[in-house]
Design a protein. Structure first.
Length: 336
C-alpha cells in the first residue's frame, strides 16, 4: 500500500527531474557539442546513469533528434513553432508569466530574455515605458547567500552587456575579498558550480570567476561590447577542465586502462585531443595532448588501480604519491 506521506516528495522529485530535462535541452541547444554525459552528470550532481535516462527521455519521449559525436551532444535540427496571434490580454498574461519564470531554475535566461523581447515588441509604443518599468524591477543587486539571484543578475548583465561591480573572494589569498568591475563574456556551468568568464578592469585581462566566490554584485549602467574575436573554446585552449591558470604547458599523456574502466572512458570524449585504442587483451590505451591541471590528477585518482600512467613520468609519480599518502592517512586512522 502506498504511503500518502511520500506523495509530496515524489511529486517534488518529478518536478525537479522535469526542470532538469528542460535545462539539459536548453544547454545542448545553446551549446552544441559542448557537453558530454560526464559533463552533464557533474553539472547536475547526479550519476551518469541518471543522466542517460534523461537523455533517453529527450530522444524517445520528447522525440528530439539528439545526436552525439566525440565533442559532445547536439540536436540534428529542432522543431520550429508556428506563428501564433495573441489577444492583448493573452500577450500581457504571457509577458507577466515570463517575468515570473526568471526566478525559476531550469529556464534558460538568454532564451527567456529573447522571448520577453519578442513579447514586448507586440505592444504599442505607448506601453514601452510601462514595460521598461517592469524590467527595472528585475534584480539590480545580489549577494552570495542567494545563488539563484546571483546567477540571474550575472545573466542579465551578460544579456544586456552592462558592467557589474562585484566583491570577489580570492582562493589563493585565504578568501580575502576585493572589489572589481567586470564585463561578462560567458557563463559556464562546470562540475558543481558555475563560472563567469569576464574582462576584469582591475587586472586588465580576461579572467575566470567562480560564482560561489562572488559575495556581492551590483549592475551598473555602463555598457560594453564583447570583442568579435572572443571565442570561449580558444580562451580555454588545451587545458584539461576549466582551471586554465593552473595548467602546465601542453604535453603528451599516455594512459592504460583495465578493460571495464577503459570501455567506460573510451565511451566519452574527455578532451578534444583524445585518442583511444583497444588492445588485444581488452585493455584500452588512451592518449591526450593536454595542459595538465589538478583536475586531471583528481580524475586519474578516481580510477585507482584500474589505470596506469605511462607518460609523462612526473605525472605517474604524482599519482603514485597521492595514492601512497591516501593509504598512509587511512592506515593511521585505523590504527588510532
Amino acid at each position: 500500500m502506498n504511503n500518502p506521506l511520500n506523495e509530496p516528495a515524489a511529486g517534488f522529485e518529478a518536478t525537479k527531474r522535469t526542470a532538469r530535462i528542460l535545462e539539459i535541452v536548453q544547454l545542448i541547444a545553446g551549446n552544441p557539442r559542448r557537453y558530454r554525459r560526464a559533463d552533464l552528470a557533474q553539472c547536475f550532481e547526479i550519476s551518469e546513469r541518471m543522466i542517460q535516462k534523461d537523455l533517453d527521455i529527450i530522444r524517445n519521449g520528447l522525440k528530439l533528434s539528439l545526436r552525439k559525436d566525440r565533442s559532445g551532444y547536439f540536436f540534428d535540427g529542432l522543431p520550429q513553432l508556428p506563428t501564433t496571434p495573441y489577444s492583448f490580454s493573452e500577450a500581457l498574461a504571457l509577458l507577466t508569466a515570463a517575468r515570473t519564470a526568471q526566478l525559476i531554475p531550469g529556464v534558460n535566461s538568454a532564451d527567456l530574455a529573447a522571448a520577453i523581447a519578442r513579447l514586448e515588441s507586440i505592444f504599442p509604443a505607448t506601453f514601452h515605458a510601462l514595460l521598461h518599468d517592469v524590467t527595472a524591477r528585475l534584480p539590480q543587486r545580489a549577494d552570495s547567500a542567494h545563488r539563484q539571484a546571483m546567477l540571474t543578475l550575472l545573466h542579465r548583465a551578460l544579456i544586456e552587456q552592462r558592467q557589474i561591480r562585484i566583491v570577489y573572494a580570492v582562493a589563493s589569498r585565504g578568501g580575502a575579498t576585493s572589489k572589481r568591475i567586470v564585463e561578462p563574456y560567458h557563463m559556464l556551468p562546470y562540475g558543481r558550480s558555475w563560472y563567469l568568464i569576464a574582462f576584469d578592469h582591475k587586472q586588465r585581462e580576461i579572467l575566470q570567476f567562480k560564482i560561489d566566490r562572488i559575495h556581492e554584485g551590483e549592475l551598473l549602467e555602463t555598457t560594453y561590447i564583447i570583442p568579435a574575436n572572443f571565442d570561449v573554446e580558444a580562451y580555454l585552449g588545451d587545458t584539461w577542465g576549466i582551471m586554465r591558470g593552473a595548467a602546465r604547458k601542453t604535453e603528451q599523456v599516455e594512459l592504460l586502462f583495465e578493460p571495464e574502466a577503459g570501455r567506460w572512458v573510451a565511451e566519452e570524449t574527455w578532451h578534444k585531443s583524445q585518442q583511444s585504442e583497444t588492445l588485444p587483451d581488452g585493455r584500452v590505451r588512451v592518449t591526450f595532448c593536454v595542459g595538465i591541471t589538478p583536475e586531471m590528477v583528481s580524475w586519474l585518482l578516481y580510477y585507482g588501480a584500474r589505470v596506469q600512467v605511462l607518460a609523462p613520468a612526473w605525472l605517474r609519480e604524482r599519482v603514485a604519491e597521492e595514492h601512497r599518502r591516501a593509504a598512509s592517512v587511512n592506515t593511521h586512522s585505523l590504527e588510532g
